[in-house]
Design a protein around this ligand. Structure first.
Ligand SMILES: [Zn+2]
Length: 432
């Protein structure tokens, strides 16, 4: 929390010290980065300041998915002691990566800093609407805390795959002070709450994770729950990277854990107020470093100072679109993040290079899949994927037809982006 008040100069010195350390570590112990730096003709000693960072080449997701996983992990770590995580798959290219237990703790403490800054208190009832795949950690933690009769930042989870009325019932029973989750899911919950006129869910604060939803959806959530909504942004690989404080001038960047750059097509940093591709360099991922890593998201650095006086610099996000929502035959709306989660936890996720789901008819989903190093026969892959999607979405064969097509390449969409969830229904789902 102290670092929120540091001067610009002190923050920069801290970043540069940690940057030099992580670059030296990656070069010395991670074969992938060692080779990459050498090919580019740079060594860690060439990067002394933040300005020098652009000397290093950008790392694309494709390079990481195609690399031998053992070359991505530092020789100082043993794989079986690391925790496996998976990327969200926003661009339809999920892959797994590894973090150490101490890195995991660091992520959690940095994560709480934003929530506390926005007013969350240790004993607040905190309800998170998320995928059941994320429950295990939380319940384990909750159990430990409960044994010690402590409820400190204890989370209660509600599955985003449950029917919306069930989600609302569970949230209402939990009486949250803090409501948290993917923005798309929270929006759907707010719609249901407004429609049935429920008055029993009264959070003091709502936190949403950027889910490519437009501003009107966020306003709708605030109006429904009569509580401020604060958005948070990031990606699984380097965790949260930016967040809104109560002033909402922009998003404060967690620059003491991740250096965020915004670059143009030539890889050069854009000026304040200009759009650029977001490039992350993590200062805490040592087991599986992410250096000059592109998530293919677009953002904008801001020169403005925030009136909250927190010194972490600001950025702006580029908003998403409503044609990324799917609608199921029983009327449930599915945010893109929800579908990414489905794909992320597929038992053969490692064999999927990239995917795209397109909905042209209400009763069917077309799933295009490009495989990689797949040893599983395609018929088995198809059958298990269809079954997995149906199970996650809790929908049977007669109601939803899921077609899986294996393709050589997933082309960019009409907007030139590699979106993984596209709704092409004649009437787009009403999300705002
Ligand atoms: Zn602020």
């Amino acid at each position: 929390m102290r670092r929120l008040q540091w001067s610009k100069q002190k923050l920069k010195e801290y970043q540069e010290k940690r940057l030099r350390a992580v670059l030296r570590h990656a070069y010395d112990s991670v074969p992938f980065y060692h080779e990459k730096f050498r090919r580019a003709g740079v060594s860690p000693s060439d990067v002394k300041s933040l300005e020098d960072l652009t000397k290093l080449p950008i790392t694309r997701k494709d390079e990481l998915t195609q690399a031998d996983p053992s070359k991505l992990i530092s020789r100082e770590y043993t794989m079986d002691k690391l925790k496996i995580l998976r990327t969200s798959g926003s661009t339809g290219k999920p892959f797994k990566f590894y973090i150490s237990p101490s890195e995991d703790d660091w992520r959690k403490s940095i994560y709480l800093r934003a929530n506390i800054s926005c007013g969350q208190k240790t004993r607040d009832r905190w309800v998170v609407v998320t995928s059941p795949h994320h429950f295990i950690d939380t319940t384990d933690l909750q159990r430990k805390l409960a044994r010690a009769h402590i409820r400190i930042f204890a989370q209660e989870c509600v599955s985003l795959f449950k029917k919306i009325d069930e989600q609302v019932k569970l949230i209402s029973q939990a009486k949250p002070n803090i409501l948290d989750g993917y923005t798309g899911s929270l929006y759907l919950i707010a719609k249901e709450v407004a429609q049935i006129g429920l008055k029993t869910i009264c959070p003091r604060i709502v936190f949403g994770t950027a889910d490519f939803v437009d501003f009107s959806a966020r306003r709708y959530i605030e109006n429904t729950f009569h509580a401020p909504f604060y958005d948070q942004f990031g990606c699984a690989e380097v965790d949260r990277t930016a967040w809104q404080c109560p002033e909402k001038v922009g998003y404060h960047m967690d620059v003491d854990s991740v250096i965020t750059q915004f670059v143009d097509e030539r890889g050069e940093e854009v000026s304040d107020g200009e759009r650029g591709e977001i490039i992350y360099t993590s200062l805490f991922n040592y087991a599986h470093p992410f250096i000059r890593y592109s998530t293919e998201d677009i953002g904008m650095p801001m020169r403005d100072e925030c009136s909250c006086h927190r010194r972490l610099p600001l950025m702006k996000l580029v908003e998403g679109r409503r044609d990324s929502f799917l609608i199921l035959p029983d009327g449930r709306l599915l945010s893109p993040m929800s579908f990414w989660t489905v794909m992320r936890y597929f038992e053969h996720a490692d064999e999927i290079d990239s995917f795209r789901v397109i909905q042209k008819k209400i009763e069917s989903l077309e799933v295009y899949v490009k495989t990689r190093n797949s040893l599983t026969p395609l018929e088995t892959l198809e059958r298990t994927l269809v079954g997995h999607i149906r199970r996650c979405l809790q929908i049977d064969e007669s109601s939803l037809d899921v077609q899986v097509d294996f393709v050589k390449e997933i082309p960019v969409d009409r907007s030139g982006r590699l979106r993984s969830v596209i709704c092409e229904l004649p009437n787009l789902p009403k999300i705002s």
